[in-house]
Each structure stands twice: as C-alpha cells, then as structure tokens.
Design a binder for this molecule. Structure first.
Ligand code: HEM
Length: 389
C-alpha cells in the first residue's frame, strides 16, 4: 500500500477527539514514578518486552477474594495461566462458530433504529457502539444481560477505576451473576459459553488439575463480558469519529470509495488510540529494561499508547493513516496474555464500519456537538453526537 496523503488533524480537533486527560503518547526511556512507586515504560521495544516476558513478570496482583475479576485468566501466570487460558479459548472458539451473520444482524437492527428515529442525528456510544458490543458478547456467552442497565453500570464502574488494583468489590454484581449461573444449571443444554462452562463443571472437568469452582465460572463470565464490552464499544466509536473527522483527508470517503481500506482503517484506529491504554505487571526476577535495573517486586506500567507512536516502528506516528502498512500495534497486548477476543473485536469493528457505509453513509462528527471521554482502565468515549443526513 502507498503512503497516505492525510495531514494530521488540527490541534483543537485532536484535543477534542482524544479528550481531556490523555495517556502518554510519546515514547522515551523508562521513568520511575516516586509518588506511585512504579516504573513506566514507553518505547515499543520496552513495552513489548514487559507484555511478552511472562517468565519475568506476573499479572497476579490484587486481592484474590475482592472481586471475581481476580479469578479470571488475566491475573494468572505461568502454567496455571496457560492451562486455564487453553480451556477458556477452546470454549470461546466453539461459541464463536458462525458468528458473522449474527454480528451483521445486530448492527443492522441498530442501524434500523437510528434511521427510523427523527432528526438525522444520534449519540454514537448509546445508539450504536455500546449496544452492539454488549449484544454481540451476550450472543457469544449465551446470556442476555445486554439490555440490563445494571450490567453497563457495573462495567462502567469497574473500567473507570484508575488502576485495576482500585476496582470496587461490587457485591450486587456478584449476586446477579451467581443467580444467572444457578438459572443456567436449572436449564442445562443451553448453547453459548455460559452453558458450556456450567456443563464442563457438571462433567467434573479438571483444569490445571483442579475441578472448576463457582468462583472460576463467575470470574470467567464476568471477565469475558467486561473484557469485550467497553473496549470494543470504544474501538467502534473511535473509528467512526476519527474517520468522519478525517473525511476528505483519507477518512470515511476514502473507505467508501475503496472497501479494501476497511480492515486497515480498523488497525489504524486501534494503533492511534488504543482502548486499553496500558498494562501493569510486577517483576518476579531482576532484569534490565531500556538500560534501567528492575528488581523483583517492582511494578511496571507498560504504555501501549506510547509504544504505538514509536517513530522507530511507525513512520509519522502522529498521522492517522488508514493506508499504514505494516501496522504491528500492541493494542491487543502481546505474549501470554495476548487478547483472546481480538478476532471478534476486529470483526465487530469491520461490520460496524461496513454498516455505516451502507446505511449511514453521510455520518459526520460535529466538532461543536457534545463530546466527552474519560481515562481509566479503558480510555472510554462517553458521549459523541453525530449526524448522518
Ligand atoms: C477493541 C477491543 C479490545 C481491546 C483493545 C482489547 C485489549 C486487550 C488487552 C490489552 C489485553 C491484555 C490485558 C492483560 O494482559 O491484562 C486483553 C486481554 C483479553 N481480552 Fe481483549 N480486547 C478487546 C476486545 C476483547 C473481546 C471482544 C474479548 C472477548 C470476547 C476479549 C477478551 C480478552 C480476554 C479473555 C483477555 C485475557 C487474555 C489472557 O489473560 O490470557 N477482548 N485484551
């Protein structure tokens, strides 16, 4: 592919689209934050090292009794992680079979509701991105919490925490999902990941040599729903915002003219503004990163946002360039915890874009309309008004 002619957005547009408090966007040497007692790493090489080196870093921190999140695979390490990840991945793969028509149908139904409503404008997160991500993952899980406002509230509360160690305990969420699993047990044979989890437990399946506990099931149910929801919703919204803001400069109209740009536009959105900005890990043995000595027990935050703007890997890193190739961004992490749902997230983003091109081709972001973003575990779009007529 050839280099894009696109110019960077103007500073005020960019500030508005990326929102208020921004994560670090510039690579540089590792820095120790005295106040937080934590290392921060920024360059592509350093971030990739932290994400990939499962032998030197642990993701097993936090209070294992505090929240079902701590019973999910993203806080496992080593052989235990590998065994439990393989189990979840196997069930997830089965539940994903033939998913594409369902994703298209969900996007089509949401577009119907948008075009049927008067006014020619809508709020991107509430009318398209969030319900799409929620309904798709609910379909895969074989549960239907997508229309339950409490579910979105619990995920909001969780992902708005400034650090995973500061997440709330959420007893009413635990009660809700415990009841949901009970109901699944009463109706065995249901498809989807939730049914498969209950069936595996009932069959006495051992994972890493251990029987599956209720907490394992709850952690998996919550973890998959939470992992898939806000991240993908923000990816969809960011993509449509950036493409419409860049319209005429290699944005939405370029994709409209050449549908082969759909997939690279998805990748460039993920590189330019990773929904999951950083990952924290704890060193388990002495090592050197970017020339700095890291000791066992040191916490290290790897900034995916900055690594994705490393000029050594991405020429013209500040340019939103939907023809960028190759685009080896780290937005789905790397190494042992590489995102399990990357294929599904990419599919959803592609289908959302194709649906907009087919059904809402005049989509425009109005820089003067209400827009807000919040930076927590996920760099979330909160509200974004767009027009399409
Ligand atoms: C654009 C959307 C998404 C982004 C940017 C994203 C990003 C990430 C990142 C950075 C990680 C590593 C986290 C860590 O190591 O603690 C991760 C892990 C994970 N993601 Fe995603 N994700 C997305 C969508 C999804 C979806 C749709 C699913 C499921 C259907 C999913 C399931 C998971 C799971 C299960 C893990 C844990 C993997 C492990 O620890 O072995 N993600 N994701």
């Amino acid at each position: 592919m050839t280099a894009a002619p696109a110019e960077p957005l103007t500073a005020p547009d960019l500030d508005r689209l990326l929102g208020g408090p921004q994560p670090p966007l510039a690579p540089g040497p590792p820095r120790f934050d005295e106040l937080a007692g934590c290392w921060h790493v920024y360059s592509y090489q350093d971030v990739r090292q932290v994400l990939s080196d499962g032998a030197s870093f642990s993701q097993r921190y936090g209070d294992p009794d505090a929240h079902p999140n701590w019973a999910f695979i993203w806080v496992d390490d080593g052989d235990r992680h590998a065994a439990r990840r393989a189990f979840v991945a196997g069930l997830f793969q089965q539940a994903m079979a033939g998913i594409t028509p369902a994703v298209r149908q969900i996007a089509g139904e949401l577009a119907d509701a948008i075009t049927d409503a008067p006014g020619g404008h809508f709020e991107l997160m509430g009318a398209l991105a969030r319900p799409m991500a929620a309904r798709v993952i609910c379909h895969v899980m074989g549960v239907d919490v997508s229309e339950d406002a409490r579910f979105a509230g619990w995920v909001d509360e969780f992902t708005s925490a400034l650090a995973v160690t500061q997440t709330p305990t959420q007893p009413d969420m635990v009660a809700y999902f415990t009841a949901l699993l009970e109901e699944r047990r009463a109706r065995p044979g249901d498809r989807g990941l939730a049914g498969a989890l209950v069936a595996a437990q009932h069959a006495g399946r051992l994972v890493d040599g251990q029987p599956l506990t209720d907490r394992d099931l709850l952690g998996c149910l919550w973890g998959m729903l939470a992992a898939a929801f806000e991240t993908t919703a923000t990816g969809i919204a960011d993509m449509l915002l950036f493409l419409s803001a860049y319209d005429g400069q290699g944005g939405l109209s370029a994709v409209r003219q050449d549908r082969r740009l759909v997939a690279p536009a998805v990748e460039e959105t993920l590189r330019w503004c990773p929904p999951w900005p950083s990952n924290m890990a704890v060193a388990t043995r002495p090592l050197t990163i970017g020339g700095e000595r890291i000791e066992p027990g040191d916490r290290v935050t790897a900034w995916i946002t900055a690594a994705n703007r490393d000029p050594g890997m991405f020429p013209g890193p500040g340019r939103f360039d939907i023809r960028r190739h190759p685009n080896p961004h780290l937005s789905f992490a790397a190494g042992p915890h590489l995102c399990l749902g990357a294929k599904l997230a990419r599919l959803e983003m592609r289908v959302a874009l194709e649906t907009v091109l087919d059904r809402l081709p005049g989509l425009r972001w109005d820089p003067g309309a209400p827009f807000s973003r919040s930076l927590g575990i996920v760099n979330r779009v909160e509200t974004a008004q767009v027009t399409f007529r």
